[in-house]
Design a protein around this ligand. Sequence first.
Ligand code: TXA
Ligand code: MG
Length: 343
Amino acid sequence: METQLLEADAASIEKAAELLRAGELVGFPTETVYGLGANALNAKAVKKIFEAKGRPQDNPLIVHVSCVEEIAPLVRRIPQAAKKLMEAFWPGPMTLVLPKADCIPDEVSAGLDTVGIRLPSCRAARDLIAAAGCPIAAPSANRSGRPSPTTARHVFEDMEGRIPLILDGGPCAVGVESSVIDATGEMPIVLRPGGITPEMVEAVLGSVRVDEHVMSPLREGDVARSPGMKYKHYAPKAQTIIFDGEADQVIAAICARYDEAEKRGERVAILGFDEHDFGGRTCISLGSVKRPDDAAARLFAALRELDERGETMAFCEAVSTAGIGLAVMNRMGRAAAFHIESV
Ligand code: TXA
Ligand code: MG
């Protein structure tokens, strides 16, 4: 199959909508990461997503809508707390897990009786969903185990030959996937942190719960509230270690470990901040230490770059877990199999 890469304009969006209606897959931009979309109400189309990604069958998909009115037929009920979150943060980088209606195929929900619903803020994404005339099931458009794509080129790298069309809407503004919040009860739980931070949720609801596995690996016997927690995600080929502590000590520790590793013959790179001086050692920028949004927007591209350069070891600077920093540390943590050294 030939994969077309087209700038997301009115004509290519119409073409993509036609493909979706015909049961095909399309790569498309959102404000978080690129999605791999299929008609959410067509089980056969949804199955193709799992094949193209190499995704485990028991990991459910998020259903994307273009406006709030499209949600009612997809869910059994919307608890009061969920309504408050919808009003505060939609359209935007937040997915709400709600009790699913019967029209959602088991292929989408992976057999659960809930479904994740998301109303993205990205104009091209909403235009595409509206033009398709159906809700769109879409995971991140990477092959399973690879970092999520934040540019159309990343999608092309992973999906060339597997899907007919990718819409290019430029680099994603947020850069980490949406916050996934279990909103089936009156006390919502953050299952995956993202652009809508726990602090923001707390400001609306008065309190917030964050699942304990956001910053720790799942151990044998633990039950995953979100199937995605079970899988090793975002992993570059390089062995990855995170250093946490005062900046000066972190920089010194990273430089020392870098030199040791290089002596052993490893190919090494640092993921670090622009203000920090690593003495000419190979460093992939996470942006300014003053702007945690930079790290969110750049992390996945930086992890891909490690692989492109053939690095075998990577040392990363930790960020504060305040605000969107929690989402950055959750993704970086998983890339490092939660190997975090305090210095
Ligand atoms: O920003 C995003 O959310 C992107 C863009 C394309 O919208 N999509 C995305 O999808 O990240 P995906 O499939 O890569 O991640 C969805 C996560 C998985 O960890 C999955 O386990 C969880 O959401 N999830 C989906 N439905 C769920 C449900 N009913 N209950 C609990 N977790 C669910
Ligand atoms: Mg994903």
